[in-house]
Design a protein around this ligand. Structure first.
Ligand code: KG4
Ligand code: ZN
Length: 357
């Protein structure tokens, strides 16, 4: 079944994002002006399990979607008949979660008689910078670094993005969350690790920088995770306090230095590969997006080392870095302008769909 053709040039788009654990809806005008951006976080629902539970995510999206879409329309002061298109995240992500969002988006598009646009979640992260005041010059390099992904894109145009490198195992945010969980810091660990590491000694322990010297733009973080866990277990055993019982928490100062050293390894890996990619591909602007882009040390080091290498380094605002639907509506506008609409028979994909943006 084909999508409804647009009645007029596409201006107002409702975006829907349900790829992981945030249910989000937003209205964006002309691919740039965010009229509303509503996010219902499921963090509290997943916290008892120490990570995202796909089954719970799907059920919560189902519960949250209608009210969050209504909230986005109300906040924007936009009535459904003013919308020109509905955009949905169609890949990559949790299949059950994507199915809820895409089915809902299809129903709205059909009911309101507007076209549907399918958006790649990672491409939307890489293009989120267009929703803020910065005006990046194309082509640029985008590092998308989140709980699910660590990917370097060459953004040739708002419709042409190609992968230059990606993680071969865990994503950077995933490793931060796993180390935090191991240390009993709660879920998601990123903000707490950031807070505790800030001002501590990043040179206290030397952890490995995965694939740092290998001639590839790919990342690897699982060795770092093992190294941190081994280090903690070794330290505790040396203290002679384990005796088959739950190990006592590390003293505050030791914990903060450990986290700063761990984070330094993550940040050095991200900055090293990003600068290398910019150099190898002759790109002068770097955009860093995704949840981990909120990290204080990453922002500091990427900005300083990027400037030293003659690069312009840009970060979308923190609300646009973490999962949101404004980036979906924003990316969709570029597709809609070129009349790249999706059929109502469109299917989401857990893996990256080729050619979706
Ligand atoms: O983009 P996002 O909201 O969702 C995904 O698509 O994954 O990213 C969430 C990830 C989590 O791993 C979280 O721990 C991490 O971003 N994160 C941070 C910080 N804030 C969020 N990591 C380091 N420092 C932060 N300040
Ligand atoms: Zn994301």
């Amino acid at each position: 079944m084909t999508a409804t053709a647009p009645r007029r040039p596409v201006r107002l788009i409702l975006g829907i994002e349900t790829s992981c654990d945030e249910t989000a809806a937003a209205v964006v005008e002309g691919g740039r002006r965010v009229l509303s951006s509503a996010v219902a976080s499921q963090v509290a629902d997943h916290r008892p399990y120490g990570g995202v539970v796909p089954e719970i995510a799907g059920r919560k999206h189902l519960e949250n979607l209608a009210p969050i879409v209504q909230a986005a329309l109300d906040e924007a002061g936009v009535a459904p008949e003013q919308l020109d298109a509905v955009a949905v995240t169609s890949s990559p992500g949790l299949m059950g979660a994507l199915l809820v969002g895409t089915s809902f988006g299809k129903a709205l598009a059909l009911g309101w008689g507007v076209p549907l646009v399918e958006v790649n979640h990672l491409h939307a992260h890489a293009l989120a910078i267009f929703l803020g005041p910065a005006r990046p010059r194309l082509p640029y390099l985008a590092l998308v670094v989140s709980g699910g992904h660590t990917t370097l894109f060459r953004v040739s145009s708002t419709l042409e993005l190609s992968i230059l490198g990606q993680t071969r195992d865990d994503a950077a945010g995933e490793v931060i969350d796993k180390v935090a969980k191991f240390l009993g810091l709660g879920y998601p660990g990123g903000p707490e690790v950031d807070r505790l590491a800030t001002g501590a000694n990043p040179q206290a322990v030397r952890f490995p920088r995965g694939l740092a010297t290998a001639p590839t733009l790919d990342f690897s973080f699982s060795g770092l995770k093992t190294a941190v866990i081994s280090h903690v277990l070794r330290t505790r055993r040396l203290d002679g306090r384990l005796n088959g019982q739950q190990p006592p928490a590390l003293p505050e100062e030791q914990l903060r230095d450990l986290l700063a050293s761990f984070l330094e390894a993550v940040v050095d890996t991200l900055v090293g590969k990003t600068l290398r990619a910019a150099r190898e591909h002759g790109l002068a602007t770097v955009v860093v997006s995704g949840g981990v882009a909120a990290n204080t040390r990453l922002r500091e080091k990427m900005t300083a080392q990027g400037a030293a290498a003659g690069l312009r380094v840009l970060f979308p605002g923190r609300d646009l870095c973490t999962d949101n639907a404004a980036m979906i509506a924003g990316a969709a506008w570029h597709l809609a302008r070129k009349r790249r609409f999706a059929g109502l028979d469109m299917r989401p994909s857990a893996k990256m769909k080729p050619g979706s943006c």
